[in-house]
Structures are given as structure tokens and as C-alpha cells.
Design a protein around this ligand. Structure first.
Ligand SMILES: NC(=O)c1ccc[n+]([C@@H]2O[C@H](COP(=O)([O-])OP(=O)(O)OC[C@H]3O[C@@H](n4cnc5c(N)ncnc54)[C@H](OP(=O)(O)O)[C@@H]3O)[C@@H](O)[C@H]2O)c1
Length: 300
């Protein structure tokens, strides 16, 4: 397929935006990435892959106006906010998300796709999750055709060094016998490209997206198989205030994920289950996690 319409991708040097830019290019779209540093190595990789890079910043409205001026679509994702190590506050995230939507509306963008979180249907008391609720509410008030995707937890997050794999152990938010849904970042891009490709089907929809559902024990079994050595599983310490809040949201179902996997797999047949992801896009991350090297993966 070739498509001369331009989609502007925010966060293209990061996980979701990078996946979206790659999938849109693969589908033949012209892709324009708004980057803070066009000379950085990730921006240069995007250019090498045929993505137009323009200098811009989520905090600089004029740079967004210029980038969006003749665009058909905008993919909006905001950086991790409020947590340890985050560059921006929760209020910054809301400001960025609403600004992107406002400017997209004013520039006459035909289709805005906003990446939210699965908890966004309710208030959770967790700052970086409730930000998405507020941005979604703002988008719904605007006169713009939109699709909201709510990705479940990224499979990539399981392989961050602090999860303990180099010690033969994995810790995460669910109990060993409790199921939680996950998605490969690669699949977020493929779904978003499909959304831009079929606006009649997807405009106006809010979609929770996942590729697999796994208990802690099932994660350990898949990892044991992939590594060839026993990997055990336990829940992260819920006495920690932040982790405790997230674990409570898993317990009440809001962070565990409620996507309909059968429907999604029928709609997007290439969705990766965890074992396939481990053997494919996740293989290098698994290798790094076993050696406990920094993978550069951030946030929930
Ligand atoms: N991890 C999960 O399981 C999960 C699940 C659902 C939703 N989320 C949400 O996903 C979002 C993060 O997405 P991600 O993981 O794809 O992000 P990421 O990999 O951390 O990348 C962040 C991107 O934002 C760009 N950026 C940061 N500040 C900017 C600014 N002021 N102006 C323009 N661009 C800026 C960064 O560009 P530079 O290269 O210039 O730094 C980078 O491209 C968060 O809102 C998080 O809550 C995460």
C-alpha cells in the first residue's frame, strides 16, 4: 500500500511512537516525527528509515502548529510523568496531551489517535494514570475525529533490570496465580497503523488493547523455557506505597486488563503472545535483563 498522506508521530524516539512510526512507514504512510533533538542517534535512525524529522517540543505550541499544519493524522503519546526519574510532572503530561489535541483540532487534522491507559475509565488516585483520564475527557469535548487506544502493561516492562531476572527470579504486580494482560510495544504500532488505515471503522472508538493474559506462574514458566534455567516468580512488595496502589488496581481488575483477547486476535492476527514475543522482538531485551544491563525501558 502507498499513502501520500502525512501522519505526525509524537514520541517517535521512544517505545510507542517508535513502533507507530515503523508500522505507518511499513503501510506506506508519510511520517513526520516531532523530535527535540534531530541530531540525536534515535532521530537519525528515524531519518534513515524514511521518517521526516522536525524539531519540536510538547511544551512549545508553535512547533506543534508548524508540524501539524498540513497533516492528515496525529499520534499523541506523552512521556512518563510524576514517577521517580520522570522528566515531567503529572500536570505537564495533562498540559501536553490537551495542547496536542487542541492544536490538532485547530489545524484541521482529520484523525487524532491518543494513547491512553487501561485505567482511564475511572479515577485511581495514581497520578500518572489519572492524567490519561483528564486528557481523554478533554479530547471528547473537541470537534475532532479521534480514536483512543488504551494499552495494557507493556511486555517490555517485565524485562527491566529491577524485576530481578539476572537473579533467576521475576517480580511483578500480580499474585502468582493472578492473571494480568500485556501487550508487545511492536503491536501498539501495528494497531495504530490499522486504525489510521480504516478511519470509518475506528473513529469514535476507545479500545483497550492487549496481546496476552498471564499469571505470574505462567510468566515464570515461559521465562524458564526461554532461558533454559529455572525462573521463579513472586509479587513485588506491596508494602511500598506506590507499588501497593498499583497492586490494588490489579486486584480490583482495573490494571489487570479487561481487553477481549479473542476479538482482538481476530481483528489483528499478528498480535504477539508472550512466548512468541520472547523469541522475537523481546529476545535482545531478555538477553540484557539476564545480564542486568540497562535496557532503557521506562515507566508503567
Ligand atoms: N509501560 C507501560 O506498561 C505503559 C502502559 C500504558 C501506557 N503507558 C504510558 O506510555 C507513556 C510513555 O510512552 P513510551 O513508553 O512510548 O515513552 P518513552 O519510550 O519513554 O518515550 C518518551 C518519548 O517522549 C518524547 N518526549 C519527552 N519529552 C518531550 C517533550 N517535551 N517534547 C517532545 N517529545 C518529548 C521522548 O523524546 P526524547 O527522545 O527527546 O527524549 C520520547 O520520544 C506514558 O504516558 C506511560 O504512562 C505505559
Amino acid at each position: 500500500m502507498t499513502n501520500t498522506k502525512t501522519v505526525v508521530v509524537l514520541g517517535a524516539t521512544g517505545q510507542q511512537g517508535g513502533s507507530v512510526a515503523a508500522a505507518l512507514r511499513a503501510d506506506g504512510w508519510a511520517v513526520r516525527a516531532v523530535v527535540r533533538d534531530p541530531s540525536g542517534h534515535r532521530a537519525r535512525s528515524l531519518s534513515a528509515a524514511g521518517v521526516e524529522t522536525v524539531r519540536g517540543d510538547l511544551g512549545n505550541p508553535q512547533s506543534l502548529r508548524v508540524a501539524f499544519s498540513d497533516a492528515y493524522g496525529v499520534f499523541s503519546v506523552q512521556p512518563n510523568s510524576g514517577q521517580a526519574g520522570a522528566e515531567v510532572t503529572n500536570e505537564d503530561e495533562v498540559r501536553f496531551g490537551t495542547l496536542v489535541a487542541d492544536i490538532a483540532e485547530r489545524c484541521g487534522v482529520a484523525h487524532l489517535v491518543y494513547s491512553s491507559a487501561i485505567t482511564a475509565g475511572s479515577t485511581t488516585g495514581v497520578g500518572h494514570l489519572d492524567t490519561k483520564n483528564r486528557v481523554e475527557a478533554h479530547i471528547r469535548k473537541l470537534d475532532i475525529a479521534d480514536t483512543i487506544i488504551r494499552p495494557t502493561t507493556f511486555m517490555e516492562l517485565l524485562l527491566t533490570p529491577e524485576m530481578g531476572l539476572d537473579q533467576g527470579h521475576l517480580s511483578f504486580l500480580m499474585r502468582p496465580d493472578q492473571s494480568m494482560q500485556f501487550i508487545a510495544v511492536r503491536d501498539i504500532g501495528r494497531i495504530v497503523a490499522a486504525v489510521f488505515g480504516s478511519p470509518r471503522r475506528y473513529v469514535g472508538r476507545t479500545m483497550e488493547i492487549a496481546g496476552d493474559a498471564l499469571t505470574g506462574n505462567a510468566l515464570a514458566e515461559h521465562l524458564t523455557q526461554a532461558v533454559g534455567q529455572p525462573i521463579s516468580y513472586s509479587r513485588l512488595p506491596t508494602q511500598d506505597e506506590f507499588l501497593g496502589k498499583l497492586a490494588a488496581l490489579v486486584d480490583d481488575g482495573r490494571l489487570a486488563g479487561n481487553a477481549n483477547l479473542d476479538t482482538l486476535r481476530a481483528e489483528f492476527p499478528s498480535l504477539l503472545r508472550f512466548d512468541r514475543w520472547l523469541a522475537g522482538p523481546g529476545a535482545s531485551l531478555l538477553d540484557a535483563a539476564l545480564r542486568s544491563t540497562d535496557t532503557g525501558i521506562t515507566g508503567h
